[in-house]
Design a protein around this ligand. Structure first.
Ligand code: IMP
Length: 196
């Protein structure tokens, strides 16, 4: 392989800007392995039930699609969009609905699929919103849980990984809309030259 091809390969260029770097926290292979287990746990609780996966754009997209394929059985999904984080790494604490679900969840077995549970404010808002719509079941699966950061009194029914209080990117998670396409979950390190 030529030098040029190596340097230009997607793995060599991870989308960094000056002053930004990433450190792998959870490898893709481990994520995929854990997803199989999570799907089993969920199917153990709902063996034959059609499951309606509901997810917040855009951070959970890879998680939802990979999980949906592991679940088997009848699965449908829908998306909503909220604004919580701005461009930086810290929460404003505000949650606003930007895009509602396309179809009703009334009478359905709903699994809320979240990328990361941080302060818990987003999930608290979502659960209140969904409970009013009278689903048959309402459960929460999160890929990552930053337990230390919790403000709202919420918890997931199924958790992929508990992680330390660090800002993570990759596998759908972004910093300023970048890094979502990294296959691994990585800790983002910002140097003095980095711009939020
Ligand atoms: P919460 O409302 O503070 O629990 O935050 C939920 C949302 O904030 C997540 O769905 C993510 O979109 C975003 N978020 C929280 N922590 C991180 C992080 O470490 N990296 C990227 N996004 C994050």
């Amino acid at each position: 392989m030529t030098k040029e091809r190596t340097a230009g390969s997607p793995k060599a260029h991870r989308g960094h800007r000056p002053g930004e770097s990433v450190r792998v926290l959870i490898r893709h292979a481990l994520i995929k392995q854990r997803l199989k287990q999570l799907a089993k746990e969920i199917r153990r609780d709902f063996p034959t039930e059609p499951l309606h996966l509901v997810s917040v754009l855009k951070g959970s997209v890879f998680f939802l699609t990979d999980l949906a394929r592991e679940l088997g059985g009848e699965v449908s999904f829908d998306f909503l969009a909220v604004s919580s984080y701005g461009k930086g790494t810290d929460s404003t604490g505000e949650v606003k609905l930007i895009k509602d679900l396309d179809v009703s969840i009334e009478g359905r077995s709903v699994i809320v699929v979240e990328d990361i549970l941080d302060t818990g404010l987003t999930l608290k808002y979502l659960l209140r919103l969904f409970e009013e719509k009278k689903p048959k079941h309402l459960r929460v699966v999160v890929l990552l849980d930053k337990v230390e950061r919790r403000i709202a009194d919420v918890r997931a029914d199924y958790t992929g990984f508990t992680i330390p209080n660090e800002f993570v990117v990759g596998y759908g998670l972004d910093y300023d809309e970048r890094y979502r396409n990294l296959p691994d979950v990585c800790v983002l390190q910002l140097g003095s030259r980095a711009k939020a």
